[in-house]
Design a protein. Structure first.
Length: 78
């Protein structure tokens, strides 16, 4: 099995972005950075956009949001 290239394995990134810049954090995470997605209480507005798993509207089942943030840890700050 081929080992994943982790060029940024020693980097930590705080991601305060919304849907207009999700891709930046995703790419950094794909390159091995420890990306922490910071959201306000109630979650990012983009959790309510796009497609939902099994067509059930739920911010925790948003396929659009998950596709850009699956490789990030998350925290909520007020």
């Amino acid at each position: 099995m081929e080992e994943k290239i982790r060029l940024l394995k020693d980097c930590r990134v705080l991601d305060f972005t919304n849907e207009t810049a999700f891709l930046c954090g995703k790419i950094l995470g794909d390159l091995g950075a420890d990306v922490v997605k910071v959201e306000k209480p109630g979650g990012d507005e983009s959790r309510n956009l796009g497609s939902f798993y099994k067509d059930t509207p739920d911010p925790e089942k948003n396929l659009y949001w998950f596709s850009y943030n699956h490789n990030k840890r998350g925290i909520t700050l007020d």
